[in-house]
Design a protein around this ligand. Structure first.
Ligand SMILES: *Cc1c(COP(=O)(O)O)cnc(C)c1O
Length: 479
């Protein structure tokens, strides 16, 4: 016994280093807070994109220990600086969000107390908060209280949960897979295809429904395809609409898709990862029919400006969700009680999970919902402003967008794609504002995605200045 105690004691001093004392904690916190202060003060003038490469060596683990100062220097130079500055209001590529400050503090508290957010008895408060955020989402999208939901890492996993539920509700497995049909459009986000492979539906039949001039699902073509498939003995079971596509921000005719889904008894899934929260704005009418969906996905780390790492899924059929996610352990033997549905672990592939509710709940409580809505309305208006400025500068622009994503190109007389590609090259080299591109019917276009809460009138003016600068450069090269 004595020798055992000696052995334990021999480890103690070193082991205790992980449990910092008050002074050590205060010092670290002060340094990190100071870093955050400097970072945010410099953010306004910092470039939105840098082609600087991080130094891999700086990240090596297992060499000598580093001081907090050294660590923050590495973080600044090799993490915060290279690539896209996602926190910047001048990030208007892909789908930005910004990352609001109160969420960072929520994450800090979630990590300090280390709440176990997977199961109610472990942290009834954390789980109750998580479920209240989901209840708020149900109200927002007019989903019934009986719907279940989950706060996920993002839209991809949220979509995976919804599609798995659709698969399980319709029993799409074994030989049935080869006869089962899913309807979507060429604008559907690629994570849907990824999910289908992950959940064993690689061999399902996928029908691409035609798009109209605004890149929205053509529901006449949808109905035609369903009828043909049915008449051939196939098994249509799922139709996927988008409420805000990544390419052009288009919202599919949800109400009409819902009607088709009801008529032909299909599961109706809506991917609203980007556009979902615009339902809070003057664009609400475009979302009509979303309440009839069987499942929806939204990404608070996009149109709620929360830092990356939070998506959400809502599903009406709780039995379908539980089928794959509920594991009946001995201590949970009461079949489908309300309590089972309460536990995030029963409706998601995750068991131990990050306590994500706090990073959205805290900002909502601190600020109220009104500034979020004002930001979304402002982003819609800024998009209109941006498009007008682009037109005035001689660019051509896509059709009037539903939300805050649009695109433009320069109508150069020959080699238009190569010209616009070169233009984007200069934009990336410049880096003061970040934009990305896409291909629409083989046409290379430059996207504008106005969504960060830090994107302001002045950011658009800056973007125009940069675009004009880069256009001049490109025109000179082409002569
Ligand atoms: C971003 C996005 C996704 C993927 O979500 P992640 O949060 O990146 O995993 C899916 N669908 C749409 C429409 C999106 O905009």
């Amino acid at each position: 016994m004595d020798s055992l105690i000696k052995k334990i004691e021999s480890q103690e001093e070193l082991a205790n280093q992980l449990d910092l004392d008050l002074l050590q904690r205060e010092k670290l916190l002060e340094k990190v807070a100071h870093f955050a202060k400097d970072y945010l003060e410099d953010l306004h003038d910092a470039k939105a994109f840098s082609q600087k490469e991080p130094q891999q060596d700086a990240f090596r683990i297992g060499q000598s220990q580093k001081t907090i100062e050294e660590i923050l220097t590495i973080f600044k130079e090799d993490v915060a600086e290279p690539g896209i500055r996602a926190s910047s209001g001048k990030h208007m590529g892909y789908i930005p969000g910004g990352g609001i400050y109160a969420s960072a503090l929520g994450d800090f508290l979630a990590a300090i107390t280390n709440e176990y957010a997977g199961i109610s008895y472990a942290s009834p408060g954390a789980v109750a908060m998580e479920n209240e955020v989901l209840n708020w989402l149900k109200k927002l999208f007019s989903f019934p209280e009986t719907a279940v939901g989950n706060l996920t890492s993002g839209g991809s996993i949220a979509n995976l949960i919804a599609l798995t539920s659709a698969r399980d509700k319709y029993g799409v497995k074994n030989q049935q897979i080869l006869k089962s049909v899913i309807y979507l459009t060429p604008q559907t986000h690629h994570c849907i295809h990824k999910s289908l492979r992950i959940i064993g539906l690689e061999d399902v039949i996928i029908r691409y429904v035609q798009l109209d001039d605004h890149y929205k699902m053509d529901t006449i073509d949808l109905e035609k395809q369903i009828q043909v498939d049915k008449s051939q003995g196939l098994f249509p079971f799922l139709v996927i609409g988008s409420a805000g596509t990544t390419d052009v921000g288009a919202i599919d005719p949800l109400d009409e898709i819902a009607r088709m889904a009801a008529l032909y008894k299909l599961w109706f899934h809506v991917d609203a990862a980007y556009g979902g929260f615009f339902i809070l704005t003057s664009k609400k009418n475009l979302f009509q029919g979303i309440e009839k969906a069987d499942s929806i996905v939204v990404d608070p780390h996009k149109s709620m400006f929360i830092p990356y790492g939070i998506g959400a899924v809502l599903v009406k059929d709780s039995t379908a969700v539980l089928h794959s996610n509920l594991y009946m352990a001995n201590y949970m033997q009461d079949a489908l009680s309300d309590d089972l549905l309460k536990d995030p672990a029963n409706v998601s592939p995750e068991l131990t999970k990050h306590f994500r509710a706090l990073r959205i709940w805290m900002p909502l409580q601190l600020h109220g919902i009104a500034p979020f809505i004002a930001n979304l309305e402002e982003k819609l208006l800024l998009t209109t402003y941006f498009r007008a400025q682009l037109m005035a500068a001689g660019f051509l622009i896509g059709p009037e967008p539903d939300l805050s994503i649009s695109y433009f190109w320069y109508p150069f007389k020959e080699d238009q794609n190569a010209f616009n590609k070169r233009l984007l090259h200069h934009i990336h080299e410049d880096g003061s504002v970040f934009l990305s591109s896409t291909l629409l019917n083989e046409k290379f276009v430059i996207r504008i995605a106005v969504l960060s809460f830090r994107t302001k009138l002045e950011s658009i003016d800056k973007a125009m200045g940069m675009i004009n600068r880069c256009l001049e450069k490109t025109l000179k090269e082409w002569k």
